[in-house]
Design a protein around this ligand. Structure first.
Ligand code: SF4
Length: 324
């Protein structure tokens, strides 16, 4: 059931709002990251997005040893060992009671995920309206999987349009159709992942089936042609082979998708795994050489698909004075 504020406004579980992004849709964009995902890709750059519940990230290098957290950890979530080092007991953490982490004065402990209302989120997004106006940018809803919170996304996107901002969703595609239907009228561009068509490889690499991914891509392409760009993360040894790219291209052409790009694997999110008490499975993996990425993009274009974002227009505001 959709979470509502006391005033009846939809609430979303948000873990970050990132400004000045140039890779998450056309122009300069502000990206609203929502918590919770339907997949668990080995190479995920946002591991704090995978679980829907609030989590605690620990950066020991920032700890000043004040002990405030230990004093408030009533369930033994954190303690100082004999050497005075802070030790987190993650199995004892209760997402509903994270006051012991919230008091940390140095930023060594941070709580990831917060319920926020549509107006609160969009007021923050609106700080960048000048950049949107000048670059053709707008707001992008990402995650995690933003369509796990479709009512919030639809409501926030409507508010974005009311303020004159265009809207993009980045989705893994592994969502029920009713979630896509919920937002289809409020989203100007869908950036949908297609990791790999082989169902076994997909299951092993992401922890989930790609049946819904195929269905989502096909449905959006039929309902909103020109409003979908499919992207494949180029993960060496997993998704990155010419045969797999050719398969993807054939599938996308068959279902009418015209925009397809690749995103080279990187390790920028790797340090977050340790902070969350997780193991990063791709620590030995190297990013693909740039010349191979260029060659794959040329191959996609040679097959008749466009590797650029589709044009999206700023919503028609009918000459109204915007209340941003
Ligand atoms: S509250 Fe923060 S700085 Fe103080 S001991 Fe705990 S982790 Fe370290």
């Amino acid at each position: 059931m959709m979470a509502l504020s006391s005033s009846g406004e939809p609430m979303g579980s948000v873990f970050n709002i990132q400004r000045y992004s140039i890779h998450d849709g056309p122009g300069i964009r502000t990206v609203v990251f929502l918590k919770g995902c339907t997949l668990g890709c080995q190479w995920c750059a946002n591991p704090e997005s995978i679980h829907g519940f609030r989590e605690v990230m620990f950066s020991p290098e920032k700890c000043i040893g004040c002990g405030l957290c230990v004093g408030l950890a009533s369930n033994g979530e954190v303690e100082k060992d004999a050497a005075g080092t802070i030790v987190i007991h993650r199995e004892r953490i209760r997402p509903s009671d994270l006051e012991w982490a919230e008091v940390c004065p140095s930023g060594a402990l941070t709580v990831v995920g917060r319920r926020r209302g549509v107006q609160d989120v969009m007021n923050e997004v609106a700080r960048d309206s000048l950049f949107f106006d000048r670059s053709g940018g707008g707001v992008t809803f990402s995650g995690g999987e933003p369509l796990l919170q479709p009512s919030f996304v639809a409501s926030a996107a409507r508010e974005a349009h009311r303020r004159g901002f265009n809207t993009v969703v980045e989705t893994c595609g592994a969502v029920p159709l009713r979630a896509v239907e919920c937002v289809i009228n409020d989203i100007d561009l869908f950036l949908c992942d297609l990791k790999v068509l082989d169902p076994t490889v997909h299951q092993i690499a992401t922890g989930g089936t790609n049946l819904l991914v195929r269905q989502t891509i096909e449905w959006i392409s039929q309902q909103a042609p020109g409003r979908i760009c499919v992207r494949t993360p180029l993960v060496p040894g997993v998704t990155m082979s010419l045969a797999q790219i050719d398969d993807n291209v054939a599938f996308l052409r068959k279902v009418g998708v015209r925009h397809y790009d690749v995103l080279p694997f990187h390790r920028l999110g790797s340090s977050k795994y340790a902070g969350l008490g997780l193991i990063y499975a791709c620590s030995d993996m190297e990013p693909p050489p740039s010349e191979e990425v260029v060659a794959i993009r040329q191959r996609i274009r040679a097959a008749g698909l466009n590797t650029e974002f589709p044009e999206i227009s700023v919503p028609d505001i009918g000459g109204r004075v915007l209340d941003r």
